[in-house]
Every structure is written in structure tokens, then in C-alpha cells.
Ligand binder design. Structure first.
Ligand SMILES: C[S@@+](CC[C@H](N)C(=O)[O-])C[C@H]1O[C@@H](n2cnc3c(N)ncnc32)[C@H](O)[C@@H]1O
Length: 183
């Protein structure tokens, strides 16, 4: 059976190589930040965003414990402000939407800022770059985010940006994924 965590990384991995600049738009406990940091290596750069100071503390702890390269910048700000902190272009970006499992469910990504952040991420993306967006439709705001993101991507010109979706059709509350690729 499909392992969603592995598949998610496989979808974006081909867009990331050593030395690249990448963004983790939803840092959380830092698992994706760590993966990105190791993938781009000492010569690369990872910018990671979260609105919770606790996420930065947790992520910094994980990166230090795991001996991540010294190539990351942890930023306590909403991801829709990415262009204030990241000059770009970026090779890749990851969004793991929703709330941190086991923490305050009211601190979740919200469609208003998520859609703005996706617009900014697409603007920053280099030609050949990719964005991975994981949507969690098992809660009301997640379902709405998924619907609005789908509508946004459906309107993109496919000659410039190709958007693929991976979804388990007989498990409607399972996470699903978009891969956004700039030509
Ligand atoms: C599902 S978790 C991310 C999991 C994370 N990628 C990991 O590897 O542990 C979603 C995170 O998004 C954060 N978040 C919510 N709204 C945000 C916003 N506007 N900008 C940046 N992060 C936000 C939440 O605080 C939460 O930590």
C-alpha cells in the first residue's frame, strides 16, 4: 500500500539538489525542515516559517539533535509574508497544511493566508522548480483549503505551470497532495 509520508517526499525530491535554496512554509516540529536541510547540504539554504514560537524551539532542537548542516533560517512569521524574508528564486517549497498533531487544533493554517502564500511561492519558484502541498481534508478548514486550492490550480495555464494531484479516492479524509511544477 502507498506510504503517504514517503510518497510526499518522492514527489518533490527530483526538484531538490545540493546547493539549492528551498522553503518549508509550515515548519511545525521540523521534520520537513530537517529533510530539506540534509538534501540541500552545506552549500544550500533552507528558510522555514511558522507562526508559533514553540515550532521554532522544537525544530531547532530537532535540527541540532540530528546534526543538520548549518544552512537553515527559522522565521516566526506567517508564510504569506515569505517575500519579505526570501529573495528567491527558490528551487522548491513544501506546505504541510493544517495543525500540528497533538497540539492546539485552533492554530491551523487558514485559507486566506494559505492562498496568498501559494501565490508568493509560485512567484518565487525558479523555472524547473516544484512545490509540494499536502492538504488535510479531515477537518472543516482543511476541506475548505483543499477546495479553494483546487479551484486556484485548475485556472493555471498549463503551458507555464503544471499541477498534479495525488489522492486516495476511497479515503476522502486522508491527506492529498499537489505537485506544482514551473516549466
Ligand atoms: C501540519 S503542521 C506542519 C508539520 C511540519 N511540516 C513537520 O514536519 O513537523 C502545520 C504547521 O503550520 C503552522 N502554521 C499555521 N498557520 C501558519 C501560517 N500562516 N504561516 C506559517 N505556518 C503556519 C502551524 O503552526 C503548524 O505548526
Amino acid at each position: 500500500m502507498l506510504d503517504l509520508r514517503t510518497t510526499e517526499k518522492d514527489m518533490i525530491a527530483t526538484h531538490i539538489k545540493e546547493g539549492d535554496t528551498v522553503v518549508d512554509f509550515t515548519m511545525g516540529n521540523g521534520h520537513d525542515t530537517l529533510w530539506l536541510s540534509k538534501r540541500v547540504g552545506e552549500s544550500g539554504k533552507v528558510y522555514a516559517f511558522d507562526i508559533q514560537e514553540a515550532a521554532l524551539v522544537s525544530t531547532r532542537g530537532l535540527l541540532e539533535k540530528e546534526g543538520a548542516p548549518n544552512n537553515y533560517e527559522l522565521i516566526c512569521a506567517s508564510h504569506h509574508r515569505v517575500e519579505e524574508f526570501v529573495e528567491g528564486p527558490i528551487a522548491a517549497g513544501m506546505f504541510n497544511l493544517g495543525y500540528l498533531p497533538g497540539s492546539d487544533k485552533t492554530v491551523t493554517t487558514l485559507h486566506e493566508t494559505t492562498l496568498l502564500a501559494i501565490d508568493a511561492a509560485v512567484r518565487l519558484l525558479s523555472p524547473g522548480g516544484g512545490l509540494l502541498i499536502a492538504v488535510y481534508p479531515g477537518h472543516a478548514e482543511g476541506a475548505l483549503e483543499g477546495q479553494l486550492i483546487t479551484e486556484k490550480f485548475a485556472a493555471y495555464d498549463r503551458k507555464q505551470i503544471c499541477v498534479s494531484q495525488l489522492k486516495i479516492v476511497n479515503s476522502p479524509t486522508s491527506p492529498f497532495f499537489f505537485l506544482v511544477e514551473k516549466r
